[in-house]
Design a protein around this ligand. Structure first.
Ligand SMILES: Cc1cc2nc3c(=O)[nH]c(=O)nc-3n(C[C@H](O)[C@H](O)[C@H](O)COP(=O)(O)OP(=O)(O)OC[C@H]3O[C@@H](n4cnc5c(N)ncnc54)[C@H](O)[C@@H]3O)c2cc1C
Length: 383
């Protein structure tokens, strides 16, 4: 179905992105998956091509474009399964914090590099003892003269090895009541003394992405690295989550489309009992149902994209989209593996990788259970 949300200019941009991604990114994906991380040169090339920070203002090197352009980049990256290079995390999840809350100094210092691909970004919220319950973190940032001194441990941090600048969620007031009132965001550069990169974690999926532990051991950063104001960290995180969850919905549907397309091609080709397996009614019904659900998901995501660009408050709806589209992605990839038979279980078959990659979508960026907690709360249910 034609997607009305995009203009002709958006589609021209998509054609440019697709050409670049097919030529420069797709050939790298299996290498990244084997190595467990992407490479800096590809980030620089993506930056030179204008694929990073497309929404950043022109004065900092961005294109000042609307979020639909960012969505296009994310869809095209998902289409070639380039999950190892998480442009979405860098451009659409981390960079907005700098743009929204950074001082002029902070923006001048880091945004142009983020747009060119020289400064790769990450956000460090999760700790070994606290994920969903973010106010329960224990990493501290103690003010000491003109510095903050950070101590604590983070885990599951995307871009943990390759990242240059991390937005670190800390407690500047560990005794604050309620606890979230003590949360502050501090920017930490990767070469700071006391900032220690732990091991790259071995994962079920997203094998090309360097999810890592990070440690802060008397890690001293200038007081000017505070992002926004002390005690406002939790509020800033909540304000940015709308876009983060929408991004997941965008990539989930794009990944579903690719998995479905590949499976449709496979069932037309593969034969059993003297006919293509596409001729079996079970195959047809399974794929017809999945195709229907992908269109429903796409229509919802597109409506949310339009609303987000308008500036509407769609926290409830993006929470719905996040859980529903990622749930669909998990079911769809599971069914597509089944339709591939034994080949679906082999890692050299892309659908096997799709199945493994889908698993995390319901976990990060707020688990799907947390999405339902938010929806229920906004419906006036519970305490
Ligand atoms: C590949 C990958 C990349 C990641 N990248 C990053 C990153 O870049 N930065 C970062 O900070 N974090 C990152 N994360 C961490 C991710 O955001 C957390 O794993 C996630 O928020 C869940 O936290 P947790 O793992 O502590 O699970 P827990 O919070 O311990 O949850 C365990 C289970 O309990 C359920 N649960 C918890 N609370 C409730 C509740 N109130 N009601 C109902 N059920 C509940 C959860 O839904 C889940 O099913 C990443 C994780 C992965 C796997």
């Amino acid at each position: 179905m034609r997607r009305d949300v995009f203009t002709e200019d958006h589609e021209l941009f998509r054609a440019q992105v697709r050409r670049f991604v097919e030529k420069e990114i797709a050939p790298k994906v299996s290498e990244w998956n084997a190595r467990g991380m992407s490479d800096r040169e590809s980030w620089r090339r993506a930056g030179a091509e204008g694929l990073l920070g497309v929404c950043a203002p022109t004065e900092y090197g961005g294109a000042g474009a609307d979020f639909l352009y960012a969505a296009i980049v994310n869809e095209e990256m998902a289409r070639v399964r380039a999950h190892g290079m998480m442009i979405s995390l860098h451009s659409d999840i981390c960079l907005p914090y700098l743009l929204a809350y950074g001082t002029d100094d902070q923006k001048r210092r880091w945004v142009p590099g983020a747009v060119s691909g020289e400064v790769l970004l990450g956000v460090a919220m999760t700790e070994p003892g606290a994920g969903s319950d973010l106010a329960g973190i224990s990493t501290t940032a103690r003010r000491d003269g003109d510095s903050y001194v950070l101590n604590g441990a983070k885990t599951f941090i995307s871009n943990g090895q390759i990242g240059d600048l991390f937005i670190v969620v800390t407690k500047t007031d560990p005794n604050a009541q309620p606890p979230h009132a003590g949360v502050s965001l501090v920017l930490v550069e990767g070469n700071t003394a006391g900032f220690v990169r732990g091991k790259r974690l071995h994962k079920l999926g997203l094998r090309g992405q360097d999810t890592s532990e990070l440690f802060f051991e008397d890690c001293r950063v200038p007081a000017g690295n505070l992002l926004g104001r002390e005690g406002q960290g939790f509020k800033m995180l909540m304000q940015q989550l709308q876009q983060e969850r929408l991004v997941i919905g965008v990539t989930a549907v794009a990944s579903c489309r690719r998995a479905l397309e590949d499976t449709v091609a496979y069932v037309k080709d593969r034969r059993a009992f003297g006919q293509p397996i596409a001729a079996f009614q079970n195959t047809q019904f399974t794929l017809a149902e999945l195709a229907t659900q992908v269109e429903v998901g796409q229509a919802f995501v597109d409506a949310l994209l339009a609303a987000h660009v308008r500036g509407d408050d769609i926290v409830t709806e993006v929470s719905m989209a996040k859980w529903w589209t990622t749930d669909l992605q998990k079911r769809l990839t599971s069914d597509c593996v089944q339709l591939h038979g034994g080949y679906g279980f082999m890692l050299e078959t892309p659908i096997a990788e799709d199945y493994a990659d889908a698993a995390v979508q319901s976990i990060y960026a707020g688990t799907n259970e947390i999405m339902k907690v938010i929806i229920a709360r906004r419906m006036g249910l519970g305490g």
